[in-house]
Ligand binder design. Structure first.
Ligand SMILES: [Zn+2]
Length: 244
């Protein structure tokens, strides 16, 4: 289009939707609490600098996509779309972390007759190809677009990324606080299990959360929809990402 200032390329619609400036940062349900700095001063998160935005990529591993031990329908497509999303919107994120389900002996988590609610076929066993991040996500780590990987579930079942530890052994919560993260976008697998548990924990820890709904896929469509309602009720915003 031609404006008074000359030619201006149209801004992609998705850029506007996903710009942190347009996120409901001061929404009543999402209001950050003042914190104390340890020296008797009250510090509001909003008084100092810009909001720090993170992307959490949950459990996009070979075993959770088509061809894996516990495939989630649409998982492969989610992997490709998350890669596309991050490459397009990398400027929007101050910090990007991927979680892995990473099992050695997760008591009671595996079963030969799984119910697909509490017990599952063996999956994401440390040292197997199935535990590796899917190639599109692994490439993001290799290219340092994903800066941190946290692993969970070594000796017990763990659905929430907040049960994960980084390579130094630091819990995800500490890692996010160290990066001074206020807001996070969450995507990955599966909507009704690990995405749900991670988003609910993030709200418990008072982060502002947006679930990028089309960058997730559910084990079961019905419980996937229930999980979205539950996340909304907990104060998460649920939106579709719109990378072209
Ligand atoms: Zn598991």
């Amino acid at each position: 289009m031609v404006s008074a200032r000359g030619f201006e390329p149209p801004r992609p619609f998705g850029h506007r939707i996903l710009s942190p400036a347009r996120l409901p940062f001061r929404h009543a349900d999402n209001r950050a609490k003042d914190s104390y700095d340890g020296k008797g001063r009250v510090r509001s998160r909003y008084d100092h600098g810009a909001v720090k935005n993170a992307l959490l990529v949950v459990d996009i591993q070979n075993d959770f996509v088509e061809g894996g031990a516990l495939p989630v329908k649409g998982g492969m497509q989610v992997a490709a779309m998350v890669s596309r999303h991050l490459r397009h919107f990398k400027q929007e994120y101050n910090f990007v972390v991927a979680t892995r389900d990473y099992h050695e002996d997760p008591a009671g988590h595996f079963s030969d007759q799984p119910d697909f609610v509490n017990t599952w076929p063996p999956h994401c066993v440390i040292g197997t190809q199935g535990a590796s991040l899917c190639p599109p996500i692994f490439n993001l780590v290799r290219e340092k677009l994903i800066s941190t990987v946290v692993d969970k579930g070594r000796h017990s079942p763990a659905y929430s990324g907040f049960e994960g530890l980084d390579p130094r052994g630091h819990p995800l919560l500490d890692v996010l606080r160290e990066a001074r993260v206020d807001h996070m976008d969450i995507c990955g697998l599966a909507t009704d299990y690990c995405v749900r548990a991670t988003a609910l924990d993030a709200r418990k820890h008072d982060f502002q959360v947006r679930v990028l709904v089309n960058l997730t896929a559910a084990v079961n469509p019905e419980t996937g929809l229930q999980a979205l309602e539950e996340m909304k009720a907990a104060g998460c915003s649920v939106q579709a990402a719109t990378a072209p």
